[in-house]
Design a protein around this ligand. Structure first.
Ligand SMILES: Cc1cc2nc3c(=O)[nH]c(=O)nc-3n(C[C@H](O)[C@H](O)[C@H](O)COP(=O)(O)OP(=O)(O)OC[C@H]3O[C@@H](n4cnc5c(N)ncnc54)[C@H](O)[C@@H]3O)c2cc1C
Length: 281
């Protein structure tokens, strides 16, 4: 492939915790006070872009993230990993966007940034977890969408060859350029950032795009552009009452408590285990 390729990688900044809390009143995630990181599943999309760049040196990889001003860190991380530039799409008007409004904003941002040959996204974000944004962006841009991509190749004729994981095997598909590919973690092993890369990311100028830059009607973004409403948030109730006995403080006591507990629930001895008949512990 001799011509210059342009790749966009969609990355989302997510809370660096699995313990995401939702505001019961608004149904919106509580992000305040949480450390943030690049969505771990987006690192595979970034790695794939950098690998294509290494194979086809004329390639330009642009990481695009929509989020609050602090999400510029995600764009800097993408540069530290090897992307050429980072774009932050940010505006108060985007607050409260559901997946449709998010995909609308991102697809317009990509359109404004110019013609991309390949758009890469992660499988899902570890906070929202819908997996809708990638395919929605592709469909709004009117480009073919390849999902669950576990291997990707740019063919000499400029087409894309993708392998996708399906039940019982793999499916091989070829698609034209431009296309959007949602990658899964089997595709590669994301690299760690080098010190030089981190410095490059830190110093990089991150281009920002605001609501005014996208030329979108206000009713298509934010809460106004979000048909999804969070009706109710429920947390699973833990009803089992447990009892903790610390073996660190009193090992024999803990062992005795466990034996008594197992005997009381009728699971005192397993005859299949050698010595269990004789009452060995
Ligand atoms: C009523 C409502 C209000 C909401 N309000 C807010 C809010 O105020 N602030 C907020 O942050 N979230 C808000 N959300 C959540 C927000 O809609 C989702 O986080 C967002 O649309 C992405 O969906 P997801 O997390 O399921 O991503 P997925 O669809 O699981 O993500 C798949 C892939 O798409 C790409 N992607 C996803 N999101 C982005 C992004 N932002 N930038 C770049 N690439 C991306 C990544 O490659 C990712 O791996 C709200 C949701 C609802 C329903």
């Amino acid at each position: 492939m001799e011509e210059a390729l342009r790749i966009a990688v969609l990355i989302k900044q997510v809370p660096a915790t699995e313990n995401v809390k939702i505001d019961p009143e608004t149904g919106v995630m509580i992000r305040e006070g949480l450390e943030a990181e690049v969505n771990p599943l987006d690192l595979y999309a970034l790695e794939e872009a950098v690998r294509i760049k290494e194979k086809f040196p004329h390639t330009r990889a642009t990481a695009v993230t929509m989020g609050p001003p602090a999400a510029d860190k995600a764009a800097r991380y993408a540069i530290a990993m090897g992307c050429d530039e980072g774009v932050l799409v940010t505006d108060r008007a985007f607050a409260g966007s559901d997946t449709l409004a998010t995909a609308t904003v991102l697809s317009h941002a990509l359109y404004r940034l110019g013609a991309f040959d390949l758009i890469l996204t992660g499988e899902r974000a570890t906070d929202g977890e819908t997996g809708q944004v990638g395919p929605a962006v592709g469909s709004l841009l009117g480009v073919p969408v390849l999902t669950f991509v576990s291997r990707l190749e740019i063919l000499p004729n400029g087409r894309i060859l993708a392998e996708r994981a399906v039940e019982g095997g793999h499916e091989r598909l070829s698609a034209p350029i431009p296309s959007l590919a949602v990658v899964v973690k089997e595709i590669n092993v994301p690299r760690l950032c080098t010190l030089g890369g981190k410095l490059k990311g830190k110093k990089a100028e991150i281009r920002t795009l605001s609501f005014a830059d996208l030329g979108l009607p206000r009713e298509r973004v934010g809460l106004a552009g979000s048909p999804t409403k969070v009706v109710k948030v429920c947390y699973p109730q833990v009803t089992r009452k447990g009892r903790k006995v610390s073996a660190a403080e009193d090992f024999d006591g803990a062992l005795e408590a466990l034996e008594t507990f197992l005997a009381n629930v009728g699971a005192g001895g397993n005859p299949a285990l050698p010595g269990a008949e004789e009452g060995e512990a």
